[in-house]
Design a protein. Structure first.
Length: 530
């Protein structure tokens, strides 16, 4: 009996240690403690199940989220075997669905959705039915099947439950569906509601996902400033909580946005930061390709280009079944192939992508690359992607892209006067959207009228109202750091220890989402008068 008691105390000690370090966002250390607990001889089944779930979540938040698979599978099998743990089973199915998305196996989620719906219906629990319907809608949204997703969202709307998780996910995915139909105001209202609810949410991944999804659709709906603010917030949440694979994921998203705003150098720095992380996940490989290939080509960085252009990534994108993965990856690799003189490969890849991409909001570059490099017979299909979006509300981005598309087609076919007309329209439309990189592309097609061509400059400030994110003491430390004082010198000025200054500097960088003193200067320094 004493041996059993001692064994359980050891299990609980490792679990407490794991919980403690996980609360400090040290997920690898937490996973190590949980694994130690699971290896204690004679561990009880209930302890094994609970700790396995904690281990899976710690691994999911760490740098190798795929390592969580075996633990979620183990946990699901245990919950499914017990009629009293259906709620836990559906929660675990949601976790596994997230894993499949990370692994570029999104279509495989449909089977999990069916299983969750069956379990929820059999349970008679309204909250579970709402979560299962929202889970199904989420998968369909990711696959671009928005009309089908809307049907599940309508069912979920009719289920009124006091369930924080269910309601956050409902408003998140309702916002997603509304945005896909161009209904910006209603979409923003649902995203805003989800954000308010996340203030009480302990699921760090879900909190980050709300901000990221909001930003993604704000960009598609033509509000790049809103998108910028929300990407910044998503990245800040990820940094503050040490979410290992989320950080490079969001760095790439932010780099893409900055590149569209014409801030190429800043975008490139975020790309390099993303690559510097040791996180491993198929979803990251697709991000690196879609955003990294064009940036690396423009910066003539062959090392980064090699890192971002792994050929197996094309297979991952098509395996995912997600138009929002297939379109950007195909567009980036088509440009890569053309740089290498591989015209056939570029044409074939763009043709294949057009067979799978059903909407344009997350594949902005695909029709433009078809216009540049695609087969002539594929041009009408690429044009249709843009004109279809014009039939929905808030189509400013599609309208600007269509002008750029027509400009490119006309120029390719040698009809320069018509190309100039579309170039003028594209330039004006993209300037209004603050998509200055595309505006510059359009302007470059126009004859130079005068000694100085138009230039587009948007002062780069990575985080809006950044000083408001700092405490009064942190502002004092930051201001002295801007004067190039060392931590020791700052401590002497403020009368506090060097160690305390180090802690303040760490907090400042986490709050501002930066990782060096040089970036601190970029973010906080006031412009100097000439």
């Amino acid at each position: 009996m004493r041996k059993v008691a001692a064994s359980r105390e050891l299990v609980l000690a490792h679990e407490r240690a794991g919980n403690l370090v996980r609360s400090h966002h040290l997920y690898a250390a937490a996973a190590e403690e949980y694994q130690k607990a699971l290896h204690v001889e004679g561990i009880a089944n209930s302890d094994h199940l609970r700790i396995s779930e904690s281990l899976g979540y710690a691994l999911f938040l760490g740098g190798d989220p795929i390592a969580a698979n075996q633990w979620f599978d183990t946990v699901l099998a245990s919950y499914l075997a017990n009629p009293n743990t259906i709620a836990q089973a559906i929660h675990t199915l949601r976790r596994i669905a997230g894993q499949l998305w990370i692994e570029a196996k999104t279509e495989a989620r449909l089977q999990l959705d069916t299983q969750a719906l069956r379990l929820a219906t059999a349970s008679g629990d309204a909250g579970l039915r709402k979560r299962a319907n929202v889970l199904a809608a989420n998968t369909l949204n990711l696959l671009g099947r928005f009309a089908e997703a809307e049907k599940f969202m309508l069912v979920a709307k009719g289920i009124d439950v006091d369930d924080l998780s269910a309601n956050i996910e409902y408003h998140l995915h309702k916002g997603y569906t509304l945005a896909a139909f161009g209904n910006a105001q209603e979409a923003y209202e649902n995203f805003d509601r989800a954000i308010v609810l996340t203030q009480e949410d302990a699921d760090l991944a879900r909190v980050t996902a709300v901000w990221e999804s909001y930003a993604l659709w704000a960009l598609a709906l033509g509000d790049i400033e809103r998108a910028k603010t929300h990407y910044e917030r998503a990245l800040l949440v990820a940094r503050q909580n040490g979410l290992a694979w989320f950080i490079p994921f969001l760095c790439i998203d932010y780099a893409d946005l900055l590149a569209r705003m014409g801030q190429e150098r800043a975008a490139y720095e975020y790309l390099i930061e993303a690559i510097s992380y040791e996180a491993r996940a198929p979803i990251l490989e697709m991000k690196f390709a879609a955003v990294g290939i064009p940036l690396a080509l423009r910066m003539n960085d062959l090392v980064t280009l090699a890192r971002c252009s792994r050929q197996e990534t094309i297979g991952l994108a098509f395996q995912s079944g997600q138009p929002c993965r297939i379109g950007p990856v195909a567009a980036a690799f088509a440009r890569f192939h053309m740089e290498r003189g591989q015209t056939y490969e570029a044409e074939a890849l763009l043709h294949r992508a057009l067979e799978h991409v059903t909407y344009i909001d997350e594949s902005f570059d695909l029709p433009i690359e078809v216009a540049r490099y695609g087969a002539i017979e594929d041009i009408p299909k690429a044009r249709n992607l843009l004109t279809s979006r014009l039939r929905l509300p808030n189509a400013e981005v599609a309208r600007a892209l269509l002008s750029l598309f027509e400009m490119t087609v006309e120029h390719r076919q040698g009809r320069l006067s018509q190309a100039y007309v579309h170039a003028t329209a594209a330039e004006q439309a993209f300037v209004a959207l603050h998509w200055y990189a595309c505006a510059e592309t359009a302007r470059s097609m126009l004859p130079v009228s005068g000694p100085h061509p138009t230039q587009y400059h948007l002062p780069f400030k990575p985080f809006s109202d950044v000083k408001l994110a700092l405490t009064k003491r942190e502002q004092e430390v930051a201001e002295l750091a801007l004067r190039r004082l060392t931590n020791r010198e700052i401590g002497q000025v403020l009368g506090i220890s060097e160690h305390t200054i180090e802690k303040h500097m760490t907090s400042i960088m986490e709050r501002l989402g930066i990782h060096s003193r040089r970036q601190l200067v970029d973010v906080l320094a006031e412009p100097q008068d000439d």
